[in-house]
Design a protein around this ligand. Structure first.
Ligand SMILES: [Mn+2]
Length: 339
């Protein structure tokens, strides 16, 4: 027995941290990574559980609904059980194929093979149904609860106490809402399947759960098509912006990045952020660079130097000339040379 569990796919999310043309490409790649979950289920799963926020809104675009319909159809007789969440709460009926079971707004238990699956969908953007979830009922089967909700904070999104949830006796609780993988006893958040912003950094997963002697053996399967990362990079040993650009491309794998430059660069050298950005945008899917180095700190305490370095950097001069200008400018401001 093996089933697949995913949640918080937010398939049509706008991806606002990317420029529009890249957001479009990224939305497609997030759909492709979702189709890999279908591939996996088709290859070795008894069923697919989706515990809410499959879509980013309760009125997803016709094209994304069509995409899901096609994907679910590929599963043939393998069932898909969906409990809708706060983002995609019940507001319309979908024309999903017959193998898809959408849970209603009050708890319902379905039996399939040697499983029972209990689920309930959000009927509006907020919900509070933790107190009406029935305990696991069929001791001779593997009992699963598939719902969306928050076990971490007191929130309006079906807040649940983890220990109370555990005491209901389910063999596996398939949760959604928190976009990061976590597990507490039999209670599992798979996290989102593929990052959608810098609040979802790092590798993302879906869960493949094997059942052995009524125990869930949980495996995280990586499913990101591209990973969001916030990275700091020490530029102390560099003296040109091109070198920094080259080093970033060499050191970091493909992805979507927010780089912070740190450290103390060689005297007189001020990294040219737009030059570095131009250099690395050829390589990474998307990357932004922020100067957090000591140069910046010095410059901000020395207004005159800042005005001077901004002027040099905005002038279209050769980088070597600009480096020398900043070096001599810094020395002159410190009174180390006469001008
Ligand atoms: Mn979500």
């Amino acid at each position: 027995m093996l089933f697949v569990h995913t949640a918080d796919n937010h398939l049509d999310m706008p991806l606002g941290s990317l420029p529009p043309h890249k957001a479009l490409i990224r939305r497609q790649s997030r759909l492709s990574s979702f189709s890999k979950i279908i591939d996996y289920t088709l290859a070795c799963g008894d069923m697919l559980l989706i515990s809410g926020d499959l879509f980013d809104t309760s009125c997803p675009s016709a094209s994304v609904v069509r995409f899901c319909t096609e994907q679910f159809k590929r599963l043939g007789d393998i069932p898909v059980f969906i409990s809708l969440g706060n983002h995609d709460h019940i507001s319309q009926s979908f024309n999903f194929p017959e193998n898809v079971h959408l849970f209603p707004s009050s708890p319902e238990t379905v039996t399939y093979k040697n499983y029972t699956i209990t689920g309930v969908s959000f009927a509006s953007p907020s919900a509070d149904f933790a107190h009406i979830i029935p305990p696991a009922s069929q001791k001779d089967r593997f009992n699963i609860l598939c719902i969306h909700g928050d076990t971490l904070t007191q929130s309006e999104y079906n807040a649940m106490n983890k220990d109370k949830l555990f005491s209901l006796g389910y063999d596996y609780v398939a949760l959604g809402h928190i976009h990061e993988f976590s597990r507490y006893k039999t209670i599992v958040y798979p996290g989102c399947h593929d990052g959608g912003g810098f609040d979802e950094t790092g590798e993302k997963f879906f869960v493949a759960c094997r059942v052995e002697n009524k125990l869930p053996i949980v495996e995280k399967i990586p499913s990101s098509s591209l990973v969001y990362r916030s990275e700091s990079f020490d530029i102390s040993q560099y003296s040109s912006s091109d070198e920094i650009g080259a080093a970033l491309c060499e050191k970091f794998p493909q992805g979507i990045y927010k780089f912070s430059l740190t450290g103390t660069p060689a005297e007189g050298f001020v990294p040219n952020i737009s030059l570095i950005q131009d250099y690395i945008c050829e390589y990474f899917f998307h990357a932004t660079v922020e100067d957090c180095s000591d140069t910046k700190a010095d410059a901000s305490t020395n207004m005159l130097y800042k005005i001077f370095s901004d002027y040099v950097q905005s002038s279209c001069i050769d980088e070597e000339v600009s480096r020398l200008a900043l070096h001599y400018g810094a020395c002159a401001l410190k009174g180390e040379i006469d001008v």
